[in-house]
Design a binder for this molecule. Structure first.
Ligand SMILES: C[C@](O)(CO)[C@H](O)COP(=O)(O)OP(=O)(O)OC[C@H]1O[C@@H](n2ccc(N)nc2=O)[C@H](O)[C@@H]1O
Ligand SMILES: Nc1ncnc2c1ncn2[C@@H]1O[C@H](COP(=O)(O)OP(=O)(O)OP(=O)(O)O)[C@@H](O)[C@H]1O
Length: 274
């Protein structure tokens, strides 16, 4: 039997870097949500293998290092895996982590227990396993699910520049920043935008220094009427929050004419329970 598992894009709506561990990994405090756009993995019976299709298939190899195969080995499972790569690679929206988490969930549905330490596959894998709105802390291993979020009309923009995550962390000017302000339950998108305005993505300034085009993307989102425009993760993908789905679709259509990957979406539904 073939089964499909969605791998939704991860968005760090806010990301504060609050310290650094002895091993060099950074302590984070992040509001993470998942978008209605993402990759998909399908598992069919057979020995372990990986085939990659979809618009960004050319961006990565189906070799042993691919996070889908690493996840399958960690789960101890066998399957012919097909990855549909809809998300740009190395773009701050956790594509590889989302794929790894989707493979772990798919094997869990087939009776393979989730591994004790999914973070072996990447800092973002624990939050991607949950794929629900959450406050993420530690280096990503602490995931506290949040009450349901309001509808959030979003535009995601990626200008086609891949930025390696370690370079962005290395370029941080300050590593001991204040944590997120207390997180209320958000009645509507306006309340969320108001709260987000008091937060930051601490990785945005160093990423912009490495890839100045991020500043152009943020300005373009604001120019299209975004109520808040910010970079996700270590970049270069940025998101804009719009007043409604129609405004988001109009903005995405206009921005895709710049040659950028531009998608109008909303938050993803939670994955089927395991
Ligand atoms: C920036 C975020 O996307 C925010 O959600 C994540 O923290 C990064 O998650 P990820 O891509 O799954 O990260 P990993 O593949 O585990 O780590 C890539 C590199 O980022 C740096 N890294 C990552 C996570 C973290 N908390 N501190 C770090 O300093 C380390 O140099 C690490 O070698
Ligand atoms: N299935 C996969 N999808 C994407 N990248 C993968 C995959 N397997 C391995 N990788 C490697 O992982 C690296 C990070 O890719 P990914 O798309 O997860 O980055 P990202 O979006 O910046 O993630 P994050 O937001 O977690 O920092 C890439 O350089 C890529 O070569």
């Amino acid at each position: 039997m073939t089964s499909a598992e969605p791998a939704p894009a991860k968005l760090n709506l806010a990301l504060h870097v609050t310290g650094r561990r002895g091993d060099g990994y950074h302590l984070l405090d992040s509001l993470v949500v998942f978008a209605g756009v993402g990759d998909q993995v399908r598992l069919a019976p057979g020995p372990l293998s990986l085939r990659i299709e979809g618009p960004f298939a050319g961006g990565l190899a189906a070799d042993d290092d691919n996070l889908c195969l690493r996840a399958a080995r960690l789960a101890g499972g066998q399957a012919a895996i097909t990855l549909t790569k809809n998300l740009p690679v190395a773009s701050g929206i956790g594509g590889g982590s989302a794929d790894a988490a989707a493979v772990l969930r798919a094997f869990a549905r087939r009776g393979h227990p989730l591994p004790a330490d999914p973070q072996l596959l990447g800092a973002d894998v624990p939050v991607c396993l949950a794929s629900v709105p959450a406050r993420m802390s530690g280096i990503g291993e602490r995931v506290a699910p949040l009450p349901a979020m309001p509808a959030l009309p979003l535009v995601l923009i990626n200008p086609g520049v891949a930025i390696p995550t370690p370079q962005v962390f290395a370029a941080l000017a300050s590593r001991d920043n204040p944590p997120l302000p207390p997180l209320p339950a958000f009645a509507d998108a306006e309340a969320l935008v108001g709260w987000l305005a008091r937060t930051r993505n601490d990785l945005q300034p160093p990423a912009m220094a490495l890839a100045p085009i991020i500043g152009q993307v943020l300005a373009a989102l604001s120019g299209q009427g975004a109520r808040l425009a910010r970079m996700s993760g270590s970049g270069a993908t940025c998101f804009g929050i719009f007043a409604d789905a129609r405004a988001a679709e109009t903005a995405a259509a206009a921005l895709s004419r710049q040659g950028w990957w531009a998608v109008a979406t909303d938050l993803a539904p939670a994955p089927a329970p395991l």
